[in-house]
Design a protein around this ligand. Structure first.
Ligand code: NOJ
Ligand code: CA
Length: 550
């Protein structure tokens, strides 16, 4: 039994887990209303098991008005009736567990939906009431309070304050339908402990914590800000809005709760902070792990990848945690597209004004064949790294982003509020193609809440399932092999040609990636798996190969 198989059953199961992100509305639709649902996921549990993943992470499935794709939660302890019921949730968890797949759910603690009962109570209650004190209500400036309490913009633009009928204003870092909680209020702490206990008691194994660095804010004087860029975010724990040192007190409280379970519940922080501040979110008396998004913002270059890998392994060492790797998620352009966006039109950069992902509008043709080759190479490299890997639904099909959704069918507030500056995130949220034909390409018996392009049929699960050389079969083989190969958590670099990266893992296996557009020499060794067809000792352009070293 390898050390890894042993870890699976232990409290350390998460250290090198592969977690597959499901965006529930776009995964599989059982009842044909065009919206993915829990029954749809239940029907695909065998498919998930066929991927040899260790866990799934469910993006929000809670009741929501969908002002921000479900990240506006109206009730943290229920399922949106369009998506399912708590009974179905329990069934899903049980089915997944029976296949050895663990479950993460998304916790959104910075803000609720404006439809949340607390916010509705706050609206009905007077200024200064305990109902308003759960959020951040303030009087406006100007003679009649007609000016916002401070000059604050929101991530999705424009204003970070919205006025209510009695004249007060409330703060929201995201859309106006996402009022921020006031975490200096003990009631807010207790409410989230209740929510974490609720899902832990239902058998949930882990939590993904949304905007984990924003909860604690310094509100005296009120923050003013027109940019959320890392360049203006202080990196010493004293920024007014983000990454304040006190935020970790919250997570220490959560950890006490997590440790009451066997195995302890785990968590991963979504925290866009200065890299050297990331380890603080990954301590074992805090959340335990933090997302590292550096590969998302990295150019397809060996030196850039090597630096990201070295830096993040060093950060993980600081706390004894393991790092996380992400190539795609529901917020960014899928990596099969992103990796061929020409320089200067990068898919994911920070916008200095808005501190949000800038998905540049793509004009002109992209070389999607090269994009797929790079995506497969990047994934194989990622899966060979120590730490846990997060996959996003559909990447196992090699899906490119959908870049031509008509404006009137877009759903993403980033599109509507961004005044045309940002590409919408809907392109990576289009429902999956399960079959080559039929209504919504097998997504469900009805339509699809976002339009699917005709070319989706080529990428369908049905087409790739059992087909040698398909992206799906590559993912399946790589994930199954990873389970057998992984033992320790060390990586040692091996010397290799410029434009390539070669590293060894314990147990005498290695991964080599060619980042260039030219074929290179393949070092000697037994071929374990390759992202492209290999012939005559050559390492193809834009490819990764795992080799057993002799
Ligand atoms: C990060 C989530 O990933 C994103 O989808 C969402 O818009 C923001 N947090 C706000 O909750
Ligand atoms: Ca449905």
């Amino acid at each position: 039994m390898s050390e890894y198989t042993f870890l699976k059953g232990s409290k350390d199961w998460w250290r090198q887990a592969v977690v597959y992100q499901i965006y529930p509305r776009s995964f599989a639709d059982h009842n044909g209303d065009g919206i993915g649902d829990l029954k749809g996921i239940i029907e695909k549990v065998d498919y998930l098991a066929s991927l040899s993943i260790d866990a799934i992470w469910l993006s929000p499935f809670y009741p929501s008005e969908l002002a921000d794709g479900g990240y506006d939660v109206a009730d943290y302890r229920d399922v949106d009736p369009r998506i399912g019921t708590l009974v179905e949730f329990d069934e899903l968890v049980e089915k997944l567990h029976s296949k050895g797949i663990r479950v993460f759910v998304d916790i959104v603690p910075n803000h609720s939906s404006d439809q949340h009962v607390w916010f509705q109570e706050a609206l009905r209650s007077p200024k200064g009431s305990k109902e308003r004190a759960r959020y951040i209500f303030r009087d406006g400036r100007g003679d009649n309070g007609e000016l916002p309490p401070s000059e604050l913009s929101s991530h999705f633009g424009p204003e970070g304050w919205t006025r209510v009928p009695d004249g007060q204003w409330y703060m929201h870092l995201f859309t106006k339908e996402q009022p921020d909680f006031d975490w200096s209020n003990r009631e807010v702490h207790d409410e989230f402990l209740k929510t974490l206990k609720f899902w832990s008691d239902r058998g949930v194994d882990g939590f993904r914590i949304d905007v984990a660095h924003a909860l604690v804010k310094q509100l005296e004087p009120l923050p003013t800000r027109s940019s959320y860029s890392l360049e203006v975010m202080k990196d010493d724990g004293t920024d007014q809005l983000f990454d304040r040192d006190e935020v970790h007190e919250i997570y220490r409280e959560w950890r006490e709760l997590f440790n009451q379970y066997d195995p302890p519940r785990v968590a991963v922080a979504e925290a866009w902070v200065h890299p050297h501040r990331r380890p603080a979110y990954a301590t074992n008396d805090g959340l335990g792990q933090a997302f590292n998004f550096d590969l998302l913002t990295s150019a397809w270059e060996s030196a850039a990848f090597q630096k990201v890998i070295d830096d993040n392994l060093a950060f993980a060492d600081q706390t004894g945690s393991s790092t996380t790797w992400v190539m795609s998620n529901h917020d960014v352009i899928r990596h099969a597209t992103r990796l061929v966006i020409p320089a200067g039109k990068e898919g994911v950069t920070f916008d200095a004004e808005n501190h949000w992902y800038v998905n540049h509008r793509l004009d002109g043709d992209l070389d999607l064949a090269k994009g797929l080759a790079r995506a497969k190479a990047a994934t194989l490299l990622m899966l060979a790294l120590p730490g846990s890997s997060y996959l996003y639904q559909g990447e196992e099909l090699g899906l490119p982003d959908v870049t031509d959704i008509p404006s009137e069918q877009m759903q993403d507030p980033q599109w509507f509020r961004g005044e045309g500056k940002f590409k919408s995130r809907d392109g990576c949220r289009v429902p999956l193609p399960w079959s080559a034909s039929g209504s919504s390409f097998g997504f469900g018996p009805g339509g699809s809440h976002l339009p699917q392009p005709k070319w989706y049929s080529r990428y369908a699960v049905e087409v790739q399932d059992g087909t040698p050389g398909s992206t799906l079969e590559l993912y399946r083989s790589a994930l199954a092999l990873r389970r057998k190969l992984i033992s320790g958590e060390k990586l040692s670099w091996l010397p290799s040609a410029t434009g390539t990266l070669w590293f060894e893992r314990e147990g005498g296996w290695s991964s080599i990636t060619n980042f260039t557009d030219q074929e290179m020499e393949l070092p000697p060794g037994e071929l374990l798996i390759a992202s492209e067809y290999i012939s005559a000792g050559k390492l193809p352009a834009n490819s990764t190969v795992w080799l057993k070293l002799s």
